[in-house]
Design a protein around this ligand. Structure first.
Ligand SMILES: [Zn+2]
Length: 179
């Protein structure tokens, strides 16, 4: 429903939805057996988010997508606000520190949302492409929870480009203690 290429199964027995199908939840009424897969891109759980049971309200594809876009915009906004407060930060990836903690200071160049990703450009040339889920912050630390992503960077003093694939976990920005 978000156009993810990473689903392992068809979301419903009838997929894609035929033209003119009444697309209101629960979708199994129109599209048959759901996969119950959680979309690795947007997090929608087919057959559950649209048909949660109990007193929980069903969520339509359109509603979910709108909420997801809001979440991505909020994450981008949190990154902008953090750098506005702290100017620089060192970077911790799910795999560990990038460079030496509290020694490699990065500046924010820009943040954008593109498709389902949050793009964070640092120091002009280095780009985090994040399948971001949520954000939280403590005083000096901004944490972005990701399902996955990519870190493209150029080695300092060289022109060699590197790409690191990021697994699920947290990308953290740590601001200096005090300046
Ligand atoms: Zn999706």
């Amino acid at each position: 429903m978000c156009g993810s290429q990473n689903l392992t199964a068809k979301p419903h027995a009838t997929w894609p939805p035929p033209d003119g199908a009444p697309l209101t939840p629960p979708y199994e009424d129109f599209l048959g057996q759901p996969s119950y897969e959680v979309c690795p891109t947007c997090g929608f759980e087919f057959g559950n988010d649209d048909n949660p049971g109990g007193t929980a309200p069903p969520v339509s594809f359109a509603e979910y997508r709108a909420g997801w876009m809001e979440t991505l915009a909020a994450i981008a906004g949190a990154v902008v606000a953090f750098f506005a407060d702290h100017e620089v930060a060192s970077l911790r990836l799910p795999s560990g520190w990038f460079g030496r903690p509290h020694d490699n200071w990065h500046q924010l160049t820009e943040v954008a949302t593109e498709g389902g990703d949050v793009l964070i450009r640092l120091d002009g040339t280095q780009v985090l492409t994040l399948e971001a889920e949520a954000t939280s912050s403590e005083e000096r630390v901004l944490r972005v929870t990701i399902r996955g992503g990519r870190w493209d960077w150029t080695e300092y003093g060289a022109n060699q480009e590197h790409t690191e694939v990021l697994g699920p976990g947290n990308v953290e920005f740590h601001a200096p203690f005090h300046r």
